[in-house]
Design a protein around this ligand. Structure first.
Ligand code: ADP
Ligand code: ADP
Length: 229
């Protein structure tokens, strides 16, 4: 479950400028592919297409052989979870922020997700169930804590496919390393697309794709790319 293919994917936000110029990537279920490249290369656009924010100009994206253009938005969202770079939280409890937009999530699932994202210590057992600790509201969290809430939001869905769109690049390097470890743990068993700005953060990826101006200019493992460089 979760075999993702990009087949000659082409896309432009407007007709006269192509942003992605024929991208083919095969990601076996459970594998991790990293996409690196300079700013403006089209990395975030690639991530957004996976979520069908826009229609392709050409080619197709499939999950387990099925064209994502032909599945319902609801089933696509159940299959794919995105952790964005910047997370805007509501000034409400952590539990509320994790559960927002996840109407079906039970308290136990929210707590499990918080644990998976390593923010369980923000959640305390109350006589009538789990509650966020008093005072720990979204706007008071550090950048790293906010990203952990974003990770937990995604984990509540337990998606087989995970997209990390520069999920740690706005953080200081120590916090980045801490959250990196959490992300590597939750990637286990999921098909993952990691958008990254530095090669050094994606050493363990099964394949690294270097995107430049909408084209794949290099691909291989971390060791392959270092050999070519
Ligand atoms: P990267 O993530 O590699 O920095 P992006 O996918 O964000 O690249 O952007 C690729 C190109 O698409 C850039 O030239 C950017 O200006 C353009 N672009 C991004 N988002 C939009 C949008 N919503 N409308 C029009 N152009 C966009
Ligand atoms: P769902 O709840 O179905 O998983 P969301 O609408 O909460 O999906 O979106 C998941 C993530 O994608 C959110 O964290 C949000 O920041 C990001 N996102 C949502 N809509 C857009 C958009 N139009 N462009 C870029 N990112 C978006």
């Amino acid at each position: 479950q979760g075999h993702v293919r990009f087949e000659d994917v082409r896309f432009g936000y407007d007709d006269d400028r192509a942003i992605l110029k024929g991208i083919t990537i095969d990601i076996p279920a459970g594998h991790t592919v990293a996409v690196v490249g300079p700013s403006g290369a089209g990395k975030s656009t690639l991530a957004r297409l996976m979520y069908r924010f826009y229609d392709l100009t050409g080619g197709r994206i499939t999950i387990d052989g099925q064209d994502i253009a032909r599945v319902t938005q609801a089933s696509l969202r159940a299959a794919v979870g995105i952790v964005p770079q910047d997370t805007v939280l509501f000034n409400d409890t952590i539990g509320y922020n994790i559960a927002y937009g996840r109407e079906g999530a039970t308290e136990a699932e929210i707590v499990a997700a918080a644990r998976g994202a390593a923010i369980a210590d923000f959640i305390e057992r109350q006589p009538d169930g789990y509650e966020t600790r008093v005072g720990e509201r979204g706007l008071k969290l550090s950048g790293g804590e906010k990203q952990r809430v974003a990770i937990a939001r995604t984990l509540v869905k337990n998606p087989p496919i995970l997209i990390l769109d520069e999920a740690t690049s706005a953080l200081d390097s120590r916090t980045e390393a801490e959250i990196q470890a959490t992300l590597e743990r939750i990637e286990q068993g999921r098909t993952t697309i990691v958008i990254a700005h530095r090669l050094s953060t994606v050493v363990a990826a099964d394949e690294i794709i270097v995107l430049d101006a909408g084209r794949i200019v290099e691909r291989g493992t971390h060791a392959d790319l270092l050999r070519q460089a």
